[in-house]
Ligand binder design. Structure first.
Ligand SMILES: Cc1ncc(COP(=O)(O)O)c(C=O)c1O
Length: 364
């Protein structure tokens, strides 16, 4: 008898991250993982570096100062915050704590892949609700809620589609859910959103017992390497997360960098302004080539190719040969699409040009 994991574990397809290397190319433009092209705040880097003499000390297991800083910055209650090693960890902990074999975890068809992966890892059943126009569909989601549903995940805005649910739609979804279902609003890209009808997820958390908001330091704060995220939830859910998380799940260096990052509002504002400008510029430039550009509220944009899957594959390969790394979307059920992160000005100009050439090549 050999050692065996629990049933279902070997059916889990490991998450495949964006590519970071392009063999043979003399430059690499990394636009496959929705990272901040401006990098982190200089103050966050300094705070991280200042931790180097204390590496023999355990971190503050309660991330007290970080939680207080986040709370002060966003007018939230520190006691309702739990920090995690990236929001990925918090997604996994929520699923493990609230769902198991026989339970269902509901998400939107083209939602973030960690939702079905985490569900399967916990032995629960992921259930995908169809979308309308690459946007989460509230009626479609509600129609798939059963007695077994334990969690509903909504990335708002969603990765990879870039679409979002408005405040009224998200509230309608919440209203339609039975009390035993936990609504997880994954707001990884919240800081980038400029639309006035974007929901105040924190207020929804405070007004209910079954809503959790997730946030990350990997996107606007440019700290993806440090693995830092946080959850804002009802006291009972926070209590559960504190029981199931590791006692020192967030490193002290990540906590220190996170505190400085939150306080550097200028860096956040610069990152938002950069993104708004180049998202609009790039979307316009690419739309002129005949590629369909889906509207995005995040720091990335989804492109749909009129020539279908074959064209998307050809463009992915052609851009990679030039050292431009985009994200293929086969795993998201969108094989005729590619996702492009908004990078630096040079990145976006080079990518728009490469896409134009690749499309012209295809019609020749
Ligand atoms: C919607 C969404 N949620 C969560 C994450 C995970 O972020 P983290 O780096 O905090 O684990 C991502 C990362 O791409 C994401 O797109």
């Amino acid at each position: 008898m050999s050692v065996k994991p629990r049933p279902g574990i070997l059916d889990v397809a490991p998450y495949v991250g964006g590519e970071s290397k392009a063999a043979g190319a003399n430059r690499v433009i990394r636009l496959a993982s929705n990272e901040n092209p401006l990098g982190p705040s200089a103050q966050a880097i300094a705070a991280y570096a200042a931790e180097k003499d204390k590496l023999h000390r355990y971190p503050d297991g309660g991330a007290t100062e970080l939680r207080q800083t986040i709370a002060a910055n966003e007018s939230l209650e520190a006691a309702r915050i739990v920090c995690g090693a990236g929001s990925d960890e918090l997604i996994g902990l929520l699923v493990r704590a609230y769902a198991g074999p026989g339970d269902e975890v509901l998400y939107s068809e083209h939602g973030f892949l960690m939702y079905p992966i985490s569900a399967k890892t916990a032995g629960a059943t992921p259930v995908a609700a169809p979308e309308a126009n690459l946007t989460a569909d509230v009626d479609g989601l509600l129609a798939r809620v059963t007695d077994r549903t334990r969690l509903v995940f909504i990335a708002n805005p969603n990765n990879p589609t870039g679409s979002y649910l408005s405040e009224s739609e998200l509230k309608r979804l919440h209203k339609g859910l039975p009390d035993h279902v936990l609504l997880v609003i994954d707001a990884a890209y919240a800081e980038y959103v400029t639309a006035p009808d974007y929901p105040q997820a924190a207020a929804m958390v405070e007004a209910a017992d079954n809503v959790v908001m997730l946030r990350t330091f990997s996107k606007i704060h440019g700290l993806a390497a440090l693995r830092l995220g946080w959850a804002y939830g009802p006291p009972a859910v926070i209590d559960v997360l504190n029981r199931v998380r590791g006692p020192f799940n967030v490193s002290q260096a990540a906590q220190a960098a996170g505190i400085a990052a939150v306080q550097d509002r200028d860096h956040v504002a610069r990152s938002v302004a950069h993104n708004s400008k180049w998202l609009a510029w790039f979307s316009d430039a690419v739309a002129k080539t005949g590629i369909e550009v889906l509207p995005s509220a995040g720091n990335f944009v989804l492109l749909r190719f009129p020539g279908g899957t074959a064209q998307a594959e050809a463009v992915l390969a052609a851009t990679k040969r030039q050292g431009i790394l985009l994200r293929g979307m086969v795993g998201y059920g969108l094989p005729d699409c590619l996702r492009v992160t908004i990078g630096t000005e040079d990145d976006m100009r080079a990518t728009a040009e490469a896409l134009q050439e690749a499309v012209a090549e295809a019609v020749r």
